[in-house]
Design a protein around this ligand. Structure first.
Ligand SMILES: Cc1ncc(COP(=O)(O)O)c(C=O)c1O
Length: 358
């Protein structure tokens, strides 16, 4: 690695390699997944007067990036099995124009491939046709996931990836990537991330600093060579959890838990990468405490849907507006999941949950 610590050679190499992995012509590295979302919307000239529809059951940046470009976030509920945005709920919201985005124009739908599983892309393609909008994938949790053999990052008009250290493809700090098949979006994002300059110190427009560090790109270039294997190992670990829960008679069909746990639903049309392995459990909060007492880490993604966050109350959605998201927030629990997880470790996790539920 040379002395170009920012946007050095490894950045270009990583952009090209990641774009190839996603089977898209363009990849634009940037400082974070949040910035990749922001760059995508700005590159498409989404701003004040526009609306972008997304999910309330995601990480905060999914909605905050819409506000950051000056657009209006619109929300629709999730599918209780996959936790992904439900296309039926979107269509109902959009057909009922009165309760839709007021005077704003809907420019894009921003689905999140939550936990590493692609949204039902067939349904989203139909929405794009019906409503004439852009589709921007929030693929922060889904590097390597596929829909009918097509990789995340190549499905929409643009996609945003995060390489935050907990992600399935992760850097040693913050890093992100925008992918697209549209040259004009790639070109615009490429200059917006460096203060709107193509030629040094000549600013065509007002961008900002979202440059990718060379050292992060170098780390990502190495890890990219292993991501397919790591994703496969995650799927194997998921299968082991499924089997262990089933063997103990704890696996329920769902979508809501009764006495046992609801295992992750995998849409057979896609390829899940299990960024997270998320169950639904009764008395979820007590279970989390019980596991922690046994030295087993677990996490809740996410405990409070976005429309109920104090900072987003002014979006105007009431309690009860998105019942599936609100229920999921009370029931989901992510269990330990990483490629190096061993079978005895997984048995310990499942045994502890069995003990809790007995
Ligand atoms: C669904 C989703 N969107 C956006 C982001 C934002 O990515 P970053 O933390 O790299 O800004 C994340 C991850 O943190 C995420 O999980």
């Amino acid at each position: 690695m040379g002395q170009r610590f920012i946007l050095g050679e490894e950045v270009w190499l990583f952009e090209a390699a990641a774009a190839e992995a996603c089977r898209v012509p363009y990849g634009v590295g940037c400082a974070s997944g949040t910035d990749a979302l922001w760059l995508a919307m700005t590159a498409a000239e989404i701003g004040p007067g526009d609306a972008v529809l997304t999910t309330p059951f995601s990480f905060f940046a999914t909605v905050s990036s819409i506000l950051r470009v000056g657009a209006q976030p619109m929300l629709a509920d999730i599918d209780p099995r996959t936790y992904n945005l439900d296309a039926g709920s979107i269509a109902a919201t959009l057909r009922d124009r009165n309760q839709s985005c007021g005077n704003t124009q809907l420019r894009a739908i921003l689905p999140v491939h939550l936990y590493g599983q692609c949204v039902d892309w067939d349904a989203f393609t139909a929405l794009k046709k019906e409503f004439g909008v852009l589709l921007i994938e929030d693929a922060a949790q889904a590097f390597g996931a596929q829909w009918k053999g097509q990789p995340a990052g190549n499905l929409g008009d643009m996609a945003a990836f995060s390489f935050y250290p907990t992600k399935n493809l992760s850097a040693y700090g913050d890093a992100g990537l925008l992918t697209t098949g549209h040259e004009r979006f790639a070109e615009r994002a490429g200059i917006l991330r460096v203060h709107g300059m193509r030629q040094r110190y000549f600013h065509e427009e007002v961008g900002w600093n979202s440059r990718l560090d060379t050292i992060q790109a170098a780390v990502l270039l190495v890890k990219l060579q292993h991501i397919d294997r790591w994703n496969r190992e995650r799927r194997e670990r998921a299968k082991t959890y499924d089997d262990l829960f089933a063997q103990r008679g704890l696996a329920e069909n769902g979508p809501y838990p009764q006495h046992g746990v609801v295992l992750p639903y995998v849409d057979p049309r896609g390829t899940h990468v299990f960024h997270q392995y998320v169950i639904r459990a009764p008395r979820r909060d007590a279970l989390k405490v019980f596991l922690a007492q046994q030295g087993i880490g677990s996490e809740i993604y996410y405990p409070l849907p976005l429309h109920l966050q104090p900072s987003l109350r002014n979006l105007g959605y009431a309690d009860g507006a998105f019942p599936e998201s609100e229920r999921a927030a009370k029931e989901v629990l992510a269990l330990p999941m990483f490629p190096e997880l061993t079978q005895p470790e997984q048995e310990r996790v499942v045994t502890a949950i069995a003990e809790f539920l007995s």
